[in-house]
Design a protein around this ligand. Structure first.
Ligand code: NOJ
Length: 561
């Protein structure tokens, strides 16, 4: 099966969270045949690649990012034959398939960990095992080796009597970290990637890959919970180069999920001469509404800060020769439309919801980098607004809900916070239609379908002039048709003192110039002269042209000259 060859600079990737995309057999969980059945939809949208989140066997403690076998398909999602069929049918439509490689940790149910538990030295050496602090000898755990926290709350270390050691887990307790200093681990991981390459896939997304190289010395973090000590570790660039070379994927689309990273490292991860990855995801722009830096403390998004971050990453990656993955949403994020615009007008053309969704899409799709559409973005899907903690499934959410209660928040307040911040906000079933089950399932969905599916759904939008879907389709087409968008240089513009919540930038290539201005303001505002008078409007979030020198609430516009 020949891989798809595309230039990623001019491409758009669509992310499928398989569990919630399309259920073909009525068990309430999405599956591979379900994805195959929707390829015509993706072709109509016009995307170039489809990134599939993990579908490997997994106990599902962390939505499939706890892999128990890297080389198989979980029966809940189908068979290997279903997978091969999906790749073949995607290729027929010119769509490449990218897989998610979760190589920082395994599940405790992975054979390697089981064999470590059984005492096999070879496999004990696959994981990061340490003695406890203050331990009096074998059998006495003592205290965790460092004060690092895991991503989902609580210590990053677990005492395991069968190992006689503490093992490191930067995520859930069921996700022990692999020891990448061990050459056998690195070789095994490269073999896993090669296995899927040989199945004809076209690219890879590497999960939290900048956490694979741990610090040389394990010590307490005196100003935090450890993350800054173990992100972008000492051998990370060497390990990535080695992985890419060994697996033979240097010509494929590769993207690294980079947790708590910085610009200098992302330049190195992605500039072509280093032969690491094609592009990187960074997350700083999605923390502008974390009060005091905490995901679980709410505040209004700080748009001035958002602008600074985009400016730094757009112009900085360009200056260093790196390449950004561009996105608002994924399976770990609440829906950006709710986050930046609230709940007003959901599903109604010309409403705040409509303007916010379209403006957000303009804002990232016309930047320099490769845009990622997360399933349902193109419909304007919103957070579900669940009425009870019982509705949530995500391990991070349920852990932090308890932590918030322990820290003194009342149940109502804690529910309000998870309704804004839970990863389940982005994981609700895809809204294909207004019918019960939202066209996602004929059975009982694994996660409750939001009431909004009655208004916000594919059936109501595909082919409907002025819909969110058609807006996304138009943006994707613009990237395919205009070199200035795919390849032009980027420079941020100052929209003036009366427009503190406007993000503006220009893209230029030769004589061509595209100017983009996006207002995150719920009030109208005047904007400085961006040199666009008389220019043609390329696309906008309102149906009609913007007033001269001003933007309406949540208006996004691009002009071309
Ligand atoms: C990032 C993934 O996107 C997330 O869903 C997962 O929980 C962590 N990595 C751990 O694998």
């Amino acid at each position: 099966m020949a891989a798809i060859e595309k230039d990623f600079h001019g491409s758009v990737v669509y992310q499928v969270y398989i569990k919630s995309f399309c259920d073909s057999d009525g068990d309430g969980v999405g599956d591979l045949p379900g994805v195959t059945s929707k390829l015509d939809y993706l072709a109509e949208l016009g995307v170039d690649y489809l990134w599939l989140t993990p579908f490997y066997p997994s106990p599902q403690r962390d939505g499939g990012y706890d892999v128990s076998d890297y080389r198989a398909v979980d029966p809940a999602y189908g068979t290997m034959a279903d997978f091969d069929e999906l790749v073949a049918r995607a290729h027929e439509r010119g769509i490449g398939v990218m897989l998610d490689m979760v190589l920082c940790h395994t599940s405790v149910e992975h054979e390697w960990f089981r064999r470590a538990l059984a005492g096999e030295e070879r496999y004990r050496a696959y994981y990061i095992l340490r003695d406890g602090r203050g331990s009096s000898g074998p059998g006495d755990p003592g205290q965790p080796p460092t004060n690092w926290d895991c991503a989902f709350g609580g210590s990053a270390w677990k005492w395991e009597p069968r190992l006689g050691k503490w093992y490191l887990h930067l995520h859930d307790v069921s996700q022990p970290d692999l020891d990448w200093t061990n050459p056998e681990v690195r070789a095994e991981c490269a073999e896993v990637v090669r296995f899927w390459k040989d199945h004809g896939v076209d690219g890879f997304r590497f999960d939290v890959v900048n956490l694979i190289s741990k610090p040389e010395v394990f010590e307490d973090d005196l100003c935090g919970a450890g993350r800054r000590l173990f992100a972008d570790g000492p051998h990370i660039h060497e390990y990535l180069r080695e992985l890419v070379a060994r697996a033979g994927i240097g010509d494929m689309l590769t993207v690294g999920e980079m947790a708590s990273t910085d610009l200098a490292n992302c330049v190195r991860y992605t500039r072509p001469e280093d032969r690491e990855l094609s592009m990187s995801f960074s997350f700083h722009h999605l923390k502008v509404d974390y009060a005091g830096g905490s995901k679980w403390e709410l505040m209004e998004p700080d748009i001035a800060r958002l602008r600074e971050i985009f400016l730094e990453w757009q112009e900085g990656m360009q200056a260093g020769g790196g390449w950004n993955a561009l996105f608002w949403d994924n399976h770990d994020q609440p829906r950006a439309v709710t986050r930046f615009g609230g709940r007003e007008g959901v599903g109604l053309r010309g409403s705040r919801w409509d303007h916010v969704g379209k403006m957000l899409a303009i804002c990232v799709h016309l930047m320099k980098g490769t845009p990622y559409v997360y399933q349902g973005d193109e419909l304007g899907m919103v957070n579900p607004g669940y009425d009870s903690i019982e509705r949530f499934r995500d391990v991070e959410t349920t852990n932090y809900y308890q932590i918030m209660l322990e820290m003194g928040k009342g149940p109502e307040e804690a529910l309000r916070v998870v309704n804004e911040r839970s990863r389940d906000n982005g994981r609700t079933p895809m809204q294909w239609s207004a019918r019960p089950g939202a066209g996602f399932t004929e059975g009982s969905p694994w996660l409750e379908i939001p009431a909004s599916h009655k208004l916000v759904n594919a059936e109501a939008e595909v082919g409907v002039v002025g819909s969110m879907f058609e807006h996304y389709r138009a943006l994707i087409r613009l990237r395919h048709e205009l070199d200035v968008i795919a390849r032009g240089s980027v420079r941020f513009l100052d929209a003036g003192p009366a427009a503190p919540k406007v993000i503006a930038y220009e893209r230029t290539l030769g004589e061509k110039r595209v100017v983009v201005a996006c207002s995150f303001d719920a009030e109208p505002c005047s904007i400085a002269d961006l040199g666009v008078s008389g220019a043609e409007v390329l696309i906008g979030s309102y149906d009609d042209e913007p007033p001269a020198g001003a933007l309406r609430p949540f208006e996004g516009v691009a002009w071309i000259m």
